[in-house]
Design a protein around this ligand. Structure first.
Ligand SMILES: [Zn+2]
Length: 262
C-alpha cells in the first residue's frame, strides 16, 4: 500500500485488495473469474467475504445497502451457491442481515442494540482491566508500549482497516493480561461487533479509538492504579460510543463502486 498520509486519515478512501487488483489487472469480473479458476472454492469465498467486509469497515457500504445475489454473482463471476455461503458467513458475523424473500442488506444495528453492546463491553473491560492491574508483569507493560508505538504508526498511514486492527489488538492485549480466557472470549466477540458499529456509524475523520486515551490506560496499569485504570477505560469506551452518529445519508453509488470493483 502506498499512500500519502493525510491530516485526517479516515477522510481518504482506503485501498483494498480488490481495489489493488482492479487497478493493476483490468476489469474486476474477468479478474475474479480468473481467480475462481485458479484458487480453491474456499479462497474465492474468502475474497468475496473480504471485499464486502472491507467495504463495510471502510464505510463504502453504508448500513442498509442492498446486496442482491444476482449482482454479486455477476460482479465476482461465481454461482449463487457461492454467494449464499458468503452471505451466511457475513450474517453470522453480524455484518449483513438476511431478510426472508427480500435478500441481504448491510446490517444496521439499532441505537438500542448499539447501547447494549457498548454497555456489555464496558462491564467486561472494567473487570478485565482491574485484573490486568493485579496480574501484569514488567514485560507485559513493555509489550503494551510496543503496541502503542505500532498504533501511532498505523494512524499515520491512512489504511483504516490496519488502524482499526491495532486498536482492537490493544483492547484484547490489555484484556489478556486479566488472565481469564472466559471473559476474554466474550470480549472478543463484543469488540468485533463494536468495530463494525464504529465503522458503520462514526463520522469520517474521527479516530475509532483515541490513541492518547490508550496511553493513559497503560500508564494507570503500569502504576498499579486499578481505580484510575478502570475509570480511564470506562471514559474511553463512553467517548467511543458518544462519537457514533447513528444517522447517515444514504449512498447514491452503485454496488460495484461500493465494492471497489468499478
Ligand atoms: Zn480503544
Amino acid at each position: 500500500m502506498t499512500q500519502t498520509p493525510p491530516a485526517k486519515p479516515r477522510q481518504t478512501a482506503p485501498k483494498t485488495a480488490a481495489g489493488a487488483r482492479k487497478a493493476g489487472r483490468g476489469p474486476a469480473r474477468t479478474d475474479m473469474a480468473g481467480i475462481a479458476a485458479v484458487d480453491g472454492a474456499a479462497d474465492v469465498e474468502q475474497r468475496i467475504y473480504q471485499s464486502v467486509f472491507d467495504g463495510v469497515l471502510n464505510q463504502r457500504l453504508p448500513p442498509g445497502t442492498k446486496l442482491p445475489e444476482p449482482a454479486l454473482c455477476a460482479l465476482f463471476g461465481v454461482s449463487r451457491a457461492v454467494v449464499r455461503k458468503v452471505l451466511q458467513r457475513l450474517e453470522h458475523d453480524h455484518i449483513v442481515e438476511l431478510r426472508p424473500n427480500r435478500g441481504a442488506v448491510v446490517a444496521a444495528p439499532t441505537p438500542e442494540e448499539t447501547r447494549k453492546i457498548f454497555e456489555a463491553r464496558r462491564a467486561l473491560e472494567a473487570a478485565l482491566v482491574e485484573l490486568a492491574v493485579q496480574r501484569h508483569s514488567g514485560k507485559d507493560i513493555e509489550e503494551l508500549h510496543a503496541l502503542l508505538h505500532q498504533e501511532e504508526e498505523a494512524m499515520a498511514n491512512a489504511y483504516q482497516p490496519a488502524w482499526a486492527q491495532t486498536a482492537r489488538n490493544f483492547h484484547l492485549q490489555v484484556a489478556a493480561l486479566g488472565g481469564n480466557p472466559i471473559l476474554l472470549a466474550y470480549l472478543t466477540e463484543l469488540i468485533s461487533r463494536c468495530s463494525l458499529i464504529v465503522a458503520l456509524y462514526e463520522p469520517a475523520g474521527n479516530a475509532a479509538c483515541e490513541h492518547e486515551e490508550h496511553c493513559d490506560i497503560v500508564d494507570a496499569i503500569s502504576k498499579g492504579d486499578a481505580k484510575r485504570a478502570v475509570a480511564a477505560m470506562n471514559a474511553h469506551l463512553v467517548g467511543l460510543e458518544e462519537r457514533i452518529c447513528l444517522e447517515r445519508p444514504s449512498s447514491v453509488k452503485t454496488l460495484a463502486q461500493m465494492l471497489n470493483l468499478a
